[in-house]
Design a protein around this ligand. Structure first.
Ligand code: NAD
Length: 768
């Protein structure tokens, strides 16, 4: 069954976010809310507006909002009759949900699927009174806030849900919406909230018990143990203390387990100190400063960077080792972490079989829903199950069955396959995302063809090789070019069909060229070496284009500077939907000289060719603006609108499928591959240069840019105009030569060197 149109009822926080995600994926949406007083559609309209203004953006491209048709549940329910999937995201109360389903049952088409986004009401209660046919086409789909950014979608089929219904939703959610799917049992809080909220509340109680501060707990429970920067309390502030309170109360009622908040948190909620949305919660913003709540007194004081003895040494360890090392920190920190780890691990071990179908689902739920780098079972493996058992015994806690059943670790390699402990005992293969390729697994299977500390070549199977970057933030330098060279040779020599360039970094396909090296060479006056380095970069990117086999680049996340230039020179790009791509070199006082400037000029000029009346300066102007302003996309859709992606380039919604999709592209292209012919265009010369220089001068006059920025803009203008002579035919090599000259000239200036040094030190641009 194909889902061609989606209905969302309830245009609140979740409904509007879900509608924006579905529309971003290109699928039409009907979004309904209750009728308003004057304007009948006002509530739905407000929801849509909220999504359009949301930060971070709920839409991947603003235009996609046009795919959403709004209405109200009294006048427009009929509009849902054409929807294949209707998602209910209204108020978390049983009666209104039931009433809505009763109405939906009468009007929906017989093949339509209905799902609820409820966080806690059991599915069997929701569908009481509905027909058998309705129940068969009903399930829970629990999105996380914000739906665009949190990867997890919990799928809760009931005993009545037809398997093909669950499968249809899963296929759509995985491929089209890009979600990470975890099937959960119909229990309070499902998997992620049940365990995640339990852990948060434990952290709060243990903070009191061990006498820690909020700053200390957030320093201990964030990236140090592989969790998001927002750690415990900032996460709660972002979610909203009222939401946390609501979820905790429901969980306490439904389970009878200790999901209570301390009295001082209740007071915050009662006083409307709900976190980010009300300006104060566990933290409060005072102008530019952040103040932290002193939970003992209820007052706020400037945030303190905690001084925890031994913390630095622990931070230097890899995550697997850190997890054990934090338990040994001095008092009160180590004992706090130990008790937190023990109570949450114990709870996880006891509850897992009740709430999930397997332990991989538990790990994925917390990794995808709460942004943990390692789920709880992986963490227990890292700390060591014997250590854990001994600690349970010492603390007088019963050793849970799952731990008794485990043979050394929860995950195990068996005959090259990843297996896990089954809840029924014995080890079974970890259920994989069908069709996804994970480099970490290929590496474990010995599929590495060649490697260095900076890069590797991996066999993806079916005659496709992959070049992986391995440097810090995947910065591009000599080591990567050497591996690229090796890749080009190997693909031909060993008869591979083609090459993918991709990696599995958390945030960055590549943050750009290795600036530290460039700055060092410049400061030492090694101009010959720098010239060679830039040439090597240009040769590298051009070799992607000229290779006698297809090269597909698979960017995601940060794809900046040199990383963008690699991407621009692919035969095809297969991008992840979350793509933050830009030629940002001007930020550090340079221009793109790995072929980026050339590529945008050629691309935009060629795009105008079919239009005889078009003014060719438009192409130059467009490239100038894009590069001079260091414009960066906030999604792959935007990257396409900006010209970084072409029509033939693909977008993958689900990051877990990116490399597999890129590989498929290589195989498609390999069928009849011929490398693109060298290109020429007419460079416009001095007239274009004059126009661009005038534009830069005007911005300077208006005090919008600095003198050095005028200088950078002028160098860029010179390259894009092909020099200051009359119009002339130029090849790609001609423009590359100009790029290189301009780059080196700018690099020779003191102000550019200051910019680079500043960015390396602070991570931020300097506008000198
Ligand atoms: P919300 O209060 O922001 O939005 C609810 C919306 O539903 C409002 O716009 C309201 O006007 C509308 N509504 C209420 N009754 C209605 C009715 N009978 N018909 C049509 N519209 C109606 O709530 P939310 O946070 O978006 O939560 C919606 C659902 O998603 C709830 O079931 C909640 O438990 C669940 N949920 C919330 C979160 C979260 O983080 N907020 C996360 C996962 C799931």
């Amino acid at each position: 069954m194909r889902i061609k149109k989606v209905g969302v009822v309830g245009a609140g926080t979740m409904g509007s976010g879900i509608a924006a995600l579905v529309a971003s994926a290109g699928v039409p949406v009907v979004l309904l809310d209750i009728p308003g007083k004057d304007d009948r559609n006002a509530p739905a309209k407000r929801g849509l507006e909220r999504a359009m203004k949301a930060r971070p953006a709920a839409f991947m491209a603003k235009e996609r909002a046009a795919l959403i048709e709004i209405g109200n549940t009294e006048d427009d329910l009929e509009k849902l009759a054409t929807c294949d999937w209707v998602i209910e995201a209204i108020i978390e109360k049983l009666e209104p949900k039931r009433e809505l389903y009763a109405k939906l049952e009468k009007i929906l088409s017989p093949h339509a699927i209905v799902s609820s986004n409820t966080s806690g009401i059991p599915m069997r209660l929701l569908t009481e009174g509905r027909s058998e046919a309705f129940k068969q086409r009903f399930l829970g789909t629990h999105f996380f806030n914000p739906p665009r950014y949190l990867h997890l979608l919990e799928i809760i089929p009931t005993p009545d849900t037809l398997p093909e219904v669950t499968e249809a939703i899963e296929r759509f959610a995985d491929r089209i919406l890009g979600k990470g799917l975890v099937r959960a049992k119909d229990v309070p809080g499902f998997i992620a909230n049940r365990l995640g909220v339990y852990g948060m509340l434990q952290a709060v109680h243990l903070m009191e018990k061990h006498g820690l501060t909020i700053d200390e707990v957030d320093a201990l429970t964030g990236p140090l143990i592989g969790r998001p920067k927002s750690a415990t309390f900032r996460t709660a502030d972002l979610t909203g203390l009222d939401v946390l309170k609501h979820v905790a109360t429901e969980l306490a009622e439904a389970t009878g387990e200790p999901f209570t908040l301390p009295e001082w948190v209740d007071r915050l909620v009662a006083e409307g100190r709900l976190g980010e949305k009300t300006g104060a919660g566990f933290y409060r913003k005072e102008g530019k400063e952040i103040h932290t709540l002193d939970w003992r007194t209820g007052s706020y004081a400037p945030r303190q960077k905690p001084r925890i003895p031994g913390l630095e040494a622990v931070q230097a360890l890899p995550l697997e080792k850190r997890l054990a090392a934090v338990l040994e920190l001095p008092e009160p920190y180590g004992p706090f972490m130990k008790e937190l780890f023990l109570t949450t691990s114990h709870y996880t071990l006891e509850k897992a079989p009740e709430i999930a179908y397997d332990l991989a689902a538990v790990d994925r739920a917390l990794e995808w829903g709460f942004g943990w780098r390692m789920g709880p079972f992986k963490q227990m493996d890292a700390v060591g199950l014997d250590t854990l058992k001994a600690a349970f015994n010492a603390a007088g806690l019963r050793v849970p069955n799952l731990l008794e059943q485990a043979d050394g670790t929860f995950y195990k390699k068996a005959n090259g396959r990843r297996t896990m402990l089954a809840f029924e005992g014995g080890y079974v293969p970890v259920p994989e995302i069908p069709g996804a390729i994970h480099l970490s697994e290929l590496k474990a299977e010995g599929r590495v063809l060649k490697e260095s500390k900076d890069a590797a070549l991996i066999d993806l199977g079916d005659g496709v090789a992959l070049l992986e970057f391995r440097t810090k933030m995947n910065a591009i330098g000599e080591g990567i070019f050497r591996m690229l060279d090796a890749a080009l040779k190997l693909v031909q020599r060993d008869g591979y069909a083609g090459l993918v360039i991709g990696n599995e970094h958390e945030r960055a396909f590549s943050a750009g060229a290795n600036l530290a090296l460039i700055l060092m060479l410049a400061q030492e006056g090694e101009w010959d070496e720098l010239e060679l380095a830039v040439r090597a970069f240009q040769k590298g990117t051009m070799s992607l284009r000229q290779a006698p086999f297809p090269v597909v680049v698979a960017p995601f996340g940060l794809t900046l500077g040199g990383g963008a230039e690699f991407t621009l020179h692919a035969d095809r790009v297969q991008a992840h939907a979350e793509l933050y791509m830009g030629l940002v070199e001007t930020g550090v006082g340079l221009i793109p000289a790995g072929g980026g400037t050339k590529e945008m000029l050629f691309r935009f000029t060629e795009a105008l060719k079919p239009y005889k009346e078009a003014d060719p300066f438009e192409a130059v102007r467009r490239a100038f603006e894009l590069i001079a302003l260091a414009q960066t996309s906030t999604s792959a859709l935007e990257a396409r609108a900006m010209g970084f992606l072409r029509d033939g380039d693909g977008i993958t919604m689900n990051r877990d499928r990116l490399i597999a999709d890129a590989k498929r592209r290589v195989l498609e292209l390999a069928e009849d591959y011929v490398p693109p012919a060298p290109r020429t265009i007419t460079a416009l010369g001095r007239e274009a240069l004059g126009n661009l220089r005038y534009a830069a001068w005007s911005l300077r006059e208006a005090r919008q840019i600095t003198d050095h920025e005028v200088r950078i803009a002028n160098e860029l203008a010179y390259v894009l105009s092909g020099g200051d002579g009359p119009p002339r035919e130029v090849s790609e090599v001609d423009i590359l030569d100009l790029e290189r000259e301009a780059f080196l000239k700018l690099l020779g200036t003191k102000k550019t060197q200051e910019r680079i040094a500043h960015t390396l030190k602070t991570g931020k641009p300097l506008r000198n």
